[in-house]
Design a protein around this ligand. Sequence first.
Ligand SMILES: NC(=O)c1ccc[n+]([C@@H]2O[C@H](COP(=O)([O-])OP(=O)(O)OC[C@H]3O[C@@H](n4cnc5c(N)ncnc54)[C@H](O)[C@@H]3O)[C@@H](O)[C@H]2O)c1
Length: 391
Amino acid sequence: MPETYFITGAQGCIGSWIVKALVERGDTPVVFDRSEDKRRLNAIIGPGDLDRVRFIAGDVTDVSAVNSALEASAARRIIHLAGLQVPSCRTDPVAGAFVNVVGTLNVFESARTIGVERVVYASSAAVFGAGDAEIPLAETAKSEPTTHYGVFKRTNEGNARVYFLDHGLSSVGLRPLTVYGVNRDVGLTSDPTRAMKAAVLELPFHIRFSGATDFQYVADTAAAFLACVDHAPDGAHVFNLHGETVEVARIARLINENSPAGHELVTYGGPPIPIAPALDNTAIKRVIGDLPSTPIEPGVRETMQRFTALRDAGRLDTSDIESELSGAACAAPMRTSSRAMPITIPTNMANQFHSRFSRRSWDTKLADALKKSAVKCRIYKSEIASFLIRG
Ligand SMILES: NC(=O)c1ccc[n+]([C@@H]2O[C@H](COP(=O)([O-])OP(=O)(O)OC[C@H]3O[C@@H](n4cnc5c(N)ncnc54)[C@H](O)[C@@H]3O)[C@@H](O)[C@H]2O)c1
């Protein structure tokens, strides 16, 4: 019997993969998000399947909007992902608290009043501070978040526990660390994924951190949310998620090895992520059972293959690597071949194009503009502008 799921923040990265998994197995996702931009869903779900998704635009900070949307959905299982990431919470902690804490309370409050089976919500490994690299942290390890974001996530775990104590509302909080894969494009830990996209476009990219972190392939993260919302026992549970603890140096090497340019486009450096790099996931495996776990090499390969397919279809969204795009435009040559000679686009010209044209139509408009400026050029089918004068 197909089931309906109410998913907040499902226009985002993890949500898009949860929606994909649900439509593929014949269930109905109801997407509740303040954004109506379907570009992430479009990147991984075919138009036929997307027709089966229901959309309700709304903000989790508005309790009556959450309430009426949840009621209209008739869903009994909720996955709550809507939230602001670390940089936004750092810049504006008050707005961060409204969305991440009050928004989560609104979801629980609606779930309690309407009466749902279970809420699974995104907590984060950011509830931990920097820890000992050698010891995978269990849920019982000391929680000393170093960011407002981590404090907000920890607060949500406490509120979820109280909803079970006061009202018997069952929930699971999941703590991912560094999720990677197509659609991961916000926050510092999105750098490895953005580096994969840049490499597919043959652009240089610098990952702004070093050391090791716990990488989880996004399809596995989505599977963990679904397993919990379908099967978790009653109670207020909190589980770590674990993929593979990997040095950023290895990720950069893997990306470079899989890059069409075949050389060192991706570099890394900077302080390590201030969160312990290895999470112990014994608890979720004990309670929920075995979960998919994609090793890092096939995970990186699959992500780059997906980016390549999107690039070749002219559907690769490049708005998250704009600085690399404009940098490359100024610093051509970008691509050489025996039949083509690279040209350098003057900085002022590139900047002018960059600021004048909307992100999506950037390459097409640029082609027109270059034609008008009497420069012979060829724009590659992908969204990246590669400027070449034919010999
Ligand atoms: N991606 C990771 O590595 C990671 C790690 C740990 C925890 N998490 C948590 O998992 C959740 C999902 O992460 P993601 O990477 O998919 O994030 P994302 O930034 O890609 O997506 C977040 C979504 O929430 C929506 N949203 C933001 N504010 C909203 C509001 N007020 N009302 C309704 N919708 C709103 C956004 O429009 C967006 O679609 C977040 O809560 C995040 O904190 C993610």
